[in-house]
Design a protein around this ligand. Structure first.
Ligand SMILES: NC(=O)c1ccc[n+]([C@@H]2O[C@H](COP(=O)([O-])OP(=O)(O)OC[C@H]3O[C@@H](n4cnc5c(N)ncnc54)[C@H](OP(=O)(O)O)[C@@H]3O)[C@@H](O)[C@H]2O)c1
Length: 336
């Protein structure tokens, strides 16, 4: 049983705790710290979590194995480095960092201090997404040519004026930082590294806050193409459709973390003009948050590295940085 501390006990921090507390035999939250302890006091009491006075106090507590960070984006890098220096394993919410240098600094610190660093890309634990990867690996989809995706919702309206989510430094390229990075991670899980982006990003719906309408064209080093949009002043939705040389698959739903169906439509190899109906495969519901935290716990026990300096979480930060630069300079940006 990994004994963890939650840091940042807002919306998502509480969600992460609830996903495992009292049900997981592998990870348990025993302590927590947050900027305004009074706001989380009742929750901590209900969940049997001891509130500590500061992040530093948690890091000094020898009974804690791992820190789970659910704090504003700009805080992640320094908090990871401090935890690594204290010898604590860290699970950090996405994005790992807002630029590639910071992401690499965090991953380097984890490697240097021999701790496991996990990043909250919970979509990888969706059974339907895992099935698409199997379909690519075993050749059922053929050669992957293109992936299109979006992840949208009313975030711009949900957070009041002055909330950290509206700050340009916390949410550059609008919904890319909070939402689009999940789709980028899912796309890289399926099609490998991205080596070129062309992006545009605007604020259209409101006269304050971060951009609400961001879209981009992507090129993968394996040769596939992709496009992605994220609109954060509209109703909730997400989808991703993967086009292979033998057919397509699609995931996505309004209840975006509860996507258990996978429509698949394959070409009829005997008659390509014979229009096929999609076949829908369903998967059992799982908690992707519980799955990612239990995977993190297993990696601690097995000493199996997760986020590494040359891994996808660092690449994702580099893609985010390239998107921000492309949208700002109105140019196509290549990634090395
Ligand atoms: N994987 C997912 O699907 C998913 C979904 C949602 C969010 N997330 C991620 O989870 C992280 C937290 O997001 P959230 O939605 O939980 O945010 P939130 O509700 O605003 O919670 C942020 C927490 O951090 C604390 N905090 C510490 N220092 C702060 C500072 N300088 N400014 C503002 N807050 C500070 C806040 O304390 P106070 O109580 O004082 O405000 C609050 O407890 C982000 O990285 C986000 O991208 C992931």
């Amino acid at each position: 049983m990994i004994k963890a501390a939650i840091v940042g006990m807002g919306h998502w921090g509480q969600n992460l705790v609830k996903s495992v507390q009292g049900v997981s035999p592998h990870i348990q939250f025993v302590a927590g710290a947050t900027r305004t302890p009074a706001k989380a006091a009742e929750f901590a009491l209900q969940q049997g979590i001891k509130m500590d006075s500061s992040y530093e106090a948690l890091l000094a507590d020898p009974s804690i194995d791992a820190i789970v960070l659910a704090t504003p984006h700009s805080m992640h890098t320094d908090q990871i480095i401090a935890a690594a220096q204290a010898g604590k394993h860290v699970f950090c919410e996405k994005p790992l960092a807002l630029d590639s240098v910071s992401a690499k600094r965090a991953a380097d610190a984890a490697a240097q201090h021999n701790i496991i660093l996990g990043v909250g890309y919970n979509w990888r634990f969706q059974p339907a997404l895992q099935e698409i990867r199997r379909m690519i690996e075993d050749g059922r989809l053929g050669k992957i040519m293109h992936i299109e995706g979006n992840f949208c919702g009313p975030s711009a309206y949900r957070f009041p004026k002055g909330h950290w989510r509206h700050e340009g430094a916390e949410s550059p390229a609008g919904g890319m930082t909070g939402r689009g990075v999940h789709v980028i991670d899912a796309m890289m899980y399926l099609a490998g590294p991205i080596d070129q982006v062309t992006a545009q990003s605007f604020r259209i719906a409101q006269d304050f806050g971060s951009d609400d309408t961001t879209s981009m064209l992507l090129h993968f080093s394996g040769g596939s193409t992709g496009y992605l949009g994220t609109i954060i002043a509209t109703a909730e939705t997400w989808r991703m459709q993967v086009f292979g040389s033998k057919g397509w698959v699609e995931i996505g739903d309004v209840e975006h973390l509860n996507t258990w169906d996978l429509p698949t439509c394959m070409i009829d190899p005997d008659n390509v003009t014979n229009k096929q109906r999609p076949v829908r495969v369903s998967f059992p519901a799982v908690s992707t948050e519980r799955a990612e935290l239990e995977h993190f716990a297993a990696c601690i026990v097995n000493r199996q590295p997760l986020a590494t300096p040359d891994g996808d979480a660092v690449r994702n930060a580099a893609v985010l940085e390239a998107i921000i630069r492309s949208a700002t300079t109105h140019t196509t940006v290549k990634l090395t």
